[in-house]
Write a protein that binds this ligand. Structure first.
Ligand SMILES: [Zn+2]
Length: 398
């Protein structure tokens, strides 16, 4: 199993990727860049442009894209990791490594809620969050960046608990509503404490996902005022359209659409955001592992679904799963910009797709073929074992 601990990228290691056929930026304001070459040093992008204008001299690693497309590494805004690369949901091993083969380079925990025997007392839940934050920082299957350690709030928590969590390195709250706090006023108070100490928050929107969890409706979502409206298309059961509209219009927070949610409600939300001129609020997650299973290609499937059924240009749909999430979450990846992390997915039209090129393939609802994934300037995998084979496949030359 591919696995490694965190190591700082060699500060001098230089990577050059040339002959990129289509450069997707992740920036919804300008989703396609007129460039065919990227250079990164020490795991950060240092130059983007035309090959003739760019100094790729001395690159230790040179990738010839052979005309395939390149996008920022995909970000899954909503996962439920437990321990290592194992999940007790569906008793599955290596789901994180498999997700890397779906072009995802960063995942964000919405709570380690499937942990067997998960503690609900305040000391126990804090300890588990700190443990998960540490463990998933050190454990990176294939180099995957896993932001975990997301405690699920309980009514007994006080302000000092949030300060202690923040001081210990915790930066996320798990989905509000999966624990004992299900009412607007308590959620709002605790979310504000979290924000005060630099901890981001999300909420479980919609009906209960599993027996034991509860309904979180639009009134609670708006009162809680979390940074992200977690699965606004429902864990499985979405709110009525009028309540989704209420959330879209009633706040400016991120609108997260998940693979394991209601697809009709996802399309409704996306269209509402488009009508409001606020597509930059749309971000993507899988909400896996879950009762619906584990989806290594979940983010690609969401991009293809929203593009094909929602009539969104594919290059825009890619922004939902990259730059939009990075900006909403304050991550240094997800955009092809100088200074950002050199996290990329190289991909192309799937062989035998009815679409003539990468963008048309996705707009017709087909999944593209992933040919390579790069994290922190280092190639991690070649041709994906999970996607269909691509037309054009990149190659590491040196
Ligand atoms: Zn949920």
């Amino acid at each position: 199993m591919a696995q490694e601990t965190t190591s700082a990228a060699d500060p001098d290691a230089k990577l050059a990727i040339r002959n990129i056929g289509l450069l997707l930026s992740g920036d919804i304001g300008r989703p396609i860049l007129e460039a065919d070459t990227i250079v990164a040093v020490g795991g950060r992008i240092t130059a983007i442009g035309r090959g003739s204008e760019i100094d790729a001299e001395g690159a230790a690693t040179v990738i010839d894209a052979h005309g395939c497309g390149l996008a920022p590494g995909l970000i899954d805004s909503h996962v439920h990791p437990v321990a290592g690369d194992w999940t007790p949901r569906q008793s599955q091993l290596n789901w994180i490594d498999s997700t890397l083969h779906g072009g995802v380079t960063t995942m964000i925990s919405a709570g380690e809620v499937h942990t067997p025997g998960r503690p609900r007392d305040v000391v126990g839940l804090k300890a588990m969050a700190i443990f998960a934050q540490r463990a998933f920082t050190a454990f990176r299957p294939g180099g995957m960046k896993i932001h975990a350690g997301a405690p699920v709030i309980e009514p007994e928590m006080e302000e000092h608990d949030f300060k202690e969590l923040a001081d210990a390195g915790v930066r996320l709250l798990g989905e509000v509503g999966l624990g004992g706090v299900k009412d607007g006023p308590t959620a709002r108070r605790m979310v504000a404490w979290a924000r005060k100490y630099g901890i981001q928050s999300t909420i479980h929107t919609g009906g209960p996902s599993i027996p034991g969890s509860g309904l979180i409706d639009s009134a609670v979502v708006l009162e809680a005022d979390t940074d992200v409206v977690g699965h606004v298309n429902g864990g499985h059961t979405a709110l009525p359209d009028r309540e989704i509209r209420c959330i879209c219009e009633g706040c400016q927070r991120g609108l997260e659409l998940v693979h394991n949610g209601n697809e009709r409600a996802a399309l409704y939300t996306m269209r509402m955001a488009r009508d409001m001129g606020q597509l930059e609020r749309v971000i993507l997650g899988t909400d896996g592992p879950a009762g619906s299973g584990v989806q290594p290609l979940g983010i690609l499937r969401m991009i293809a679904m929203l593009s094909s059924l929602g009539d969104v240009p594919a290059e825009v749909a890619f922004c939902f799963g990259t730059g939009n999430t990075a900006r909403t979450r304050g991550l240094d990846t997800g955009l092809i910009e100088v200074g950002r992390a050199a996290d990329f997915v190289l991909l192309d039209r799937a062989q035998h797709s009815a679409g003539r090129d990468l963008l048309e393939c996705v707009q017709l609802g087909d999944l593209p073929g992933v040919g390579m994934v790069v994290i922190d300037g280092t190639p991690r995998i070649g041709r994906s074992r999970n996607t269909p084979p691509a037309d054009k496949v990149p190659e590491v030359l040196a």
